[in-house]
Design a protein around this ligand. Structure first.
Ligand code: NAD
Ligand code: WQD
Length: 335
C-alpha cells in the first residue's frame, strides 16, 4: 500500500482527500499544524473510515519533522495542501503568506529530492487566471498579475515547481487549479470550518440560514451577467478530492521531470443569486439576504473548461450544485 504524505490534511480539502485516498487503497499520512483546523477532524475521519490515520501535528516547513516522518514511513508521494488561504488577510499581512506558502513548498521540494520521493500534487487555484477575457478558461489561458498576495503565492509556487522540474530534480508534479470548492462529506462528519466570519459565499449562506449571521450581503447585482451577480464554478469537495486520487495515479505513469496543470471545476458557471435560490429550494430554508455594493477586487465571472482533466485524467464530477448545497447545509446543521 502506498503511503501518501498529505500536508494540511486536517483542513477542508485535505480531510476529504484523505477519505478518497483510503477508499482508493492508499495510506494517507497527515501532517498539519492545526493553524486553521481542529484535531477533532482526525476523530471524525476515524468514524468515517473505521480506522485511525497516522497524524503528525506540526509545520510541514519543519525539515526535521519531515525527516522524522520519512524515518518512520516510506513516503511514496506528497499532496501539498498546507497554506494560508484568506485573501483579505493576505493583503495586510503579506509576509505571513509568502513565508508560509512559499517556505513550506521549498522545504517540501528539498525533502522530496533528498528522499527520492517522486510524486507531488499541489493545490493551486483559478485565482491565477484573474479575470480572463475568454470564457471558459482552459489551462492555456494566460495567467495574470495576481489580485492579492495570496493569489501571488499560488502563481509563484507554480513557477517554483516548473523551474524545479526543469532542473532535472527527478520529480513529477501536477498542479491542480481548483475553482470554488463547496459541499461536504455526505455523512456530515467533516466539512469546511471557517474560523471567525466567513469570507466565502457558501459558508456565509449556511451560517445565515442557521441564524448565526443576521443577513447575507450579495456583493453587487449590476454586473454584466444573467442576473447581475457574479458567476463562479462551484465544485463539490468530494469530486475535487477524487481529482487528487486520479492525479496521483496518472503521475505514477509519467516520466521523471514531468510537470502539468489541470483545471478542476464542473465546467458550469452559476451566479451568486442562483446559489442562494438553489440552496433555499433544495433545503427548504430561507436565506435572509440583501443586495449590497460590489466587493473590491472581485472577478465578475469565471468557470472552467474541463476538457483536459476529463480526457487525460478520466475525471468527471459526479455531484451537482444541488448536492453540494444540500451537503453544505447538512454539515452546518451537524455543527
Ligand atoms: P484549510 O485552511 O481548510 O486547510 C489547510 C490546512 O493546512 C489547515 O488544516 C492548516 O491548519 C494547515 N496548514 C497551514 N499551514 C501549514 C503548515 N505550514 N504546516 C502544516 N499545516 C499547515 O484550506 P483548504 O480550503 O482545505 O485549502 C487547501 C489548499 O487548497 C490550500 O493550499 C488553498 O490555498 C488551496 N485552495 C483552496 C481553495 C478554497 O476555496 N478552499 C481554492 C483554491 C485553492
Ligand atoms: C464567490 C462569490 C462574491 C460572500 C475566493 C478566492 C479565490 C479562491 C476561491 C483560493 C463572489 C460573492 C461572497 C458574500 C457574496 N480561493 N459573495 N457575499 O471570490 O470566487 O474566490 O475563493 O484559491 O482565490 O479569492 O469566492 O466565495 O469569496 O465569493 O456576494 O458574503 O460570492 O462577491 O462573487 P471567490 P467567494
Amino acid at each position: 500500500m502506498k503511503n501518501i504524505l498529505i500536508t494540511g490534511g486536517a483542513g477542508y480539502i485535505g480531510s476529504h482527500t484523505a477519505v478518497q485516498l483510503v477508499e482508493a487503497g492508499y495510506n494517507p499520512i497527515v501532517i498539519d499544524d492545526l493553524s486553521n483546523s481542529d484535531e477533532r477532524v482526525l476523530d471524525r475521519l476515524k468514524e468515517i473510515l473505521g480506522k485511525s490515520l497516522t497524524f503528525y501535528k506540526g509545520d510541514c516547513g519543519d525539515r526535521s519533522l519531515l525527516d522524522q516522518i520519512a524515518s518512520e514511513h516510506v513516503i511514496d508521494g506528497v499532496i501539498h495542501f498546507a497554506a494560508f488561504k484568506a485573501v483579505g488577510e493576505s493583503t495586510f499581512q503579506p509576509l505571513k503568506y509568502y513565508r508560509n506558502n512559499l517556505g513550506s513548498l521549498l522545504t517540501i521540494l528539498d525533502f522530496m529530492r533528498d528522499k527520492q520521493i517522486k510524486d507531488l500534487v499541489f493545490s493551486s487555484s483559478c485565482t491565477v487566471y484573474g479575470q480572463p477575457e475568454i470564457l471558459p478558461v482552459t489551462e492555456e489561458t494566460p495567467r495574470q498579475d495576481a489580485e492579492s498576495p495570496y493569489g501571488n503565492t499560488k502563481k509563484i509556487c507554480e513557477d517554483i515547481m516548473m523551474d524545479f522540474v526543469k532542473s532535472q530534480a527527478g520529480i513529477r508534479v501536477i498542479s491542480l487549479r481548483y475553482f470554488n470548492p463547496v459541499g461536504a462529506h455526505p455523512s456530515g462528519k467533516i466539512g469546511e470550518l471557517p474560523i471567525g466570519t466567513p469570507a466565502n459565499l457558501v459558508p456565509f449562506v449556511t451560517q445565515t440560514a442557521a441564524g448565526i449571521r443576521e443577513k447575507l450581503t450579495v456583493f453587487g447585482d449590476d454586473y454584466d451577467t444573467e442576473d447581475g451577480s457574479c458567476v463562479r464554478d462551484f465544485i463539490h469537495v468530494m469530486d475535487l478530492a477524487d481529482a487528487h486520487v486520479k492525479a496521483l495515479a496518472y503521475l505514477g505513469e509519467q516520466r521523471d521531470n514531468f510537470y502539468d496543470v489541470f483545471n478542476v471545476g464542473t465546467g458550469n458557471g452559476n451566479t451568486v443569486l442562483e446559489v442562494i435560490t438553489t440552496f433555499e429550494k433544495v433545503n427548504g430554508v430561507k436565506v435572509n439576504y440583501e443586495i449590497g455594493g460590489r466587493r473590491a477586487g472581485d472577478i465578475v465571472k469565471i468557470w472552467a473548461d474541463t476538457t483536459k482533466i476529463n480526457s487525460v485524467l478520466n475525471w468527471h464530477p459526479s455531484y451537482s450544485l444541488e448536492d453540494s448545497l444540500r451537503d453544505s447545509w447538512n454539515w452546518q446543521k451537524s455543527l
